[in-house]
Design a protein around this ligand. Structure first.
Ligand code: ZN
Length: 317
């Protein structure tokens, strides 16, 4: 015989069923994600209101310094980044200039040269090399395969051998690092008959700033560089003027693609070659390039943190 539930029991049963129904609906809403916006955690104090600076790839630590040391009618460029050192060329055989380079390096507490780059074996680029190789620890030396029969070239090879320096041929396209600065070898692209064209050409990048170190590369090498690389490959902020500002370098083809804002010319006051040639200076002017010359300004030092670009000069401009 069926028993009728009492009114009280009925009410309790309905309440329980109602509660279960509410719980089921809540569960459905919760797992379906509909409630997510309402369940989100409130902003906590450690969530900054200011936008977070996104990680900019390519932002290096510290700074890059490029010293275009005034060594008269010759080249000597000291590159420093992250405690590492590259020396590109070593001035001429003049003892005063060699002593100047050695004193300059010592004043910066340099005892090890991580990379010595002898762009090509002319005496105004390897003149101080034997003394520098003997006076410092040179880890690696890049030089082109071009051979000369001069005494200074022989002495340089002897010093490299005596000091067991690792000598490397410039492999086009290869990249090495000086601290966080990247050095890409762009040339020589051929075996040239002309010693100047055999120059090692290096693109130096630090953050978003760049320098093209050209040695004495002239028309022929520049033409090959221009036909091999894109504007993006060659676009730089600073061009080390090829061959001391000679009219036979800094061709319009190169300037079109490299599009530098600055050109640094390493040359000696009153030199017998008439460097820099007037045509080169005029070409730079027509491209709106600011020119700095060691014969007028002495040693020129470029500093960049990867974004900014600053020049200092030994002599007032
Ligand atoms: Zn030279």
């Amino acid at each position: 015989m069926a028993r009728k539930l009492s009114k009280k029991k009925k009410e309790a049963l309905y309440s329980a069923l109602g509660l279960i129904l509410v719980l089921i609906i809540a569960a459905i809403l919760y797992f379906s994600g509909i409630l997510d916006p309402f369940l989100a955690e409130p902003d906590t104090p450690d969530t900054p209101d200011t936008p977070v600076t996104p990680d900019v790839p390519n932002t290096p630590e510290g700074e890059l310094k490029v010293h275009f040391i005034d060594v008269g009618q010759a080249d000597c460029i000291l590159v420093m980044a992250g405690g590492e050192v590259m020396l590109v060329d070593t001035g001429d055989t003049d003892d005063d200039y060699t002593d100047k380079i050695i004193d300059y390096l010592k004043a910066l507490n340099i005892s090890t040269i991580d990379y010595l780059v002898l762009t090509h074996p002319d005496s105004d680029h390897i003149g101080g090399a034997p003394e520098i190789i003997n006076g410092f620890t040179v880890e690696k030396c890049y030089m082109p395969s071009f051979v000369k029969t001069t005494k200074i070239f022989e002495n340089t090879l002897d010093a490299l051998e005596d000091r067991s320096v690792d000598v490397l041929l410039p492999e086009v396209g290869s990249v090495f690092k000086v601290g966080e600065a990247s050095c890409k070898i762009l040339a020589p692209l051929e075996e040239y008959d002309d010693c100047n064209d055999a120059s090692i050409v290096i693109r130096l990048d630090f953050g978003s700033r760049s320098v093209l170190l050209t040695g004495d590369a002239e028309k022929e090498s520049e033409a090959d560089i221009v036909s091999t690389y894109s504007s993006a490959d060659l676009k730089v902020d600073v061009l080390k003027s090829g061959h001391h500002g000679s009219r036979t370098s800094s061709s319009t083809g190169l300037l079109d693609k490299a599009d530098p804002e600055y050109a640094v010319i390493s040359c000696g006051e009153g030199n017998s070659y008439g460097h820099p040639h007037e045509e080169t200076i005029e070409r730079y002017e027509s491209y709106g390039i600011t020119t700095y010359r060691t014969d007028l300004l002495g040693t020129i030092v470029l500093t960049t943190d990867g974004t900014s670009l600053e020049f200092e000069f030994e002599k007032a401009s």
